[in-house]
Structures are given as C-alpha cells and as structure tokens.
Design a protein around this ligand. Structure first.
Ligand SMILES: [Fe+2]
Length: 196
C-alpha cells in the first residue's frame, strides 16, 4: 500500500474519533485535520506546511490502529516513522515540534495559556510545562520553529463544529504532489527538494 493510500485509510477508519487536540472535542479528528490544513492554506503557507497541518495529529490515529504500539503516548513522535517514509523535514519537523511550540507559546505569550482548553492545560504539564528562557532560545534556533509555531496556532483554531472545508481527497492530491518531489536522501527522510 502506498503511503498516501495508508494515510487515507487511517483517516477513513479513525477520522470520526473525537479530536484529542480539539478544544472541546466537538469536532472529529478528520474535521480538525481538514480545518487545520485550510487555515494553513488561507495563510499562504508552503505546501509542505499545509501537509504538516493536515497530518500533525495523525499520531493519535495511528495509536488507534490495533497493529500500532501505543505504549508511548507521545503522538507527535509516533507519526514520524509513517511520515518520514515519504515526506521531508518541511512536513515532519513542524509535526514533531508542534507540542514543543505549545510549551514555547505559553512561556512567550501571556495571553496564550488562557486560550487553551482544560485538556490542553493538563497535557501541558505532562509535556514539560512552559519552556524556560534557555529552552525558548534553543527552540527559536531550530530550523522549523516558526513553522511549528504557525502550525500550533492553526491547531488551536481548528475546532469549529460544522465549518466547511475542502474534502480529504483535495489534500491527498497535495500530498501526492509533495511526494513526487525528487529525493536527495530517502534514508534519513530529508529528501523533498521542496523543503525549505
Ligand atoms: Fe491538533
């Protein structure tokens, strides 16, 4: 099965689950993913970041797969073996860093913490709490920190019940295009020439 077919299967089989990342749980995982991708697109984000927005919580859904190892609850990391099989760092790094971006934003922006759901506040403690000053400096120097911060803000907004979006097929086509970029080094998963 191709990676895109696998992603479609995961969303089709598990996308109706309540979004664990959503503020109220009132949108499904698929609705949350589509709304997040739409917000990225409306912000004229690079296609790789639109893809990251679509796929940022797929680790939650992989965990629902009976074949998946869900002893580890770190969903942003659980997605990486799947996504790294076909996409470059422009997709995988914002996904990997979007939880750290929450820790960064809570420390950086005093108003941000107030916007988080109770679930997100309690998971923040498990995720390490607000970043220290030194952690913030290190985070800011990471190549995809700004993309992860943008993704995090769209993530927080992608929770509107009933919002109209393009269907999953539209974004699967975008994923296909991203995958068709030549690879420099498929072994380490940093291959897409579209990676900035
Ligand atoms: Fe999310």
């Amino acid at each position: 099965m191709s990676l895109i077919a696998r992603i479609e299967q995961i969303f089709t089989e598990h996308g109706t689950a309540a979004s664990e990342g959503a503020r109220t749980g009132s949108v499904s995982a698929l609705e949350h993913a589509l709304q997040c991708a739409q917000l990225a697109e409306w912000a004229n984000a690079e296609p790789s970041l639109v893809a990251a927005a679509l796929l940022h919580d797929i680790g939650h859904l992989v965990a629902l797969d009976p074949d998946a190892d869900d002893t580890d609850d770190v969903h942003e990391l659980r997605a990486l073996p799947l996504l790294g099989a076909g996409f470059g760092a422009g997709v995988t790094e914002p996904v990997r860093l979007h939880v750290q971006a929450k820790r960064y934003l809570v420390a950086k922006d005093s108003g941000y913490a107030a916007t988080l759901s109770p679930a997100s506040v309690s998971s923040l403690a498990l995720q390490g709490g607000p970043m220290t000053h030194d952690e913030m400096q290190l985070f800011e120097e990471l190549p995809f920190a700004q993309q992860a911060i943008s993704l995090r803000r769209w993530d927080d907004l992608a929770t509107q019940p009933g919002k109209k979006t393009a269907p999953l097929e539209y974004y699967l086509a975008l994923l296909e295009d991203l995958q068709q970029q030549p690879f420099v080094d498929s072994k380490i998963g940093i291959g897409s020439l579209s990676v900035a």
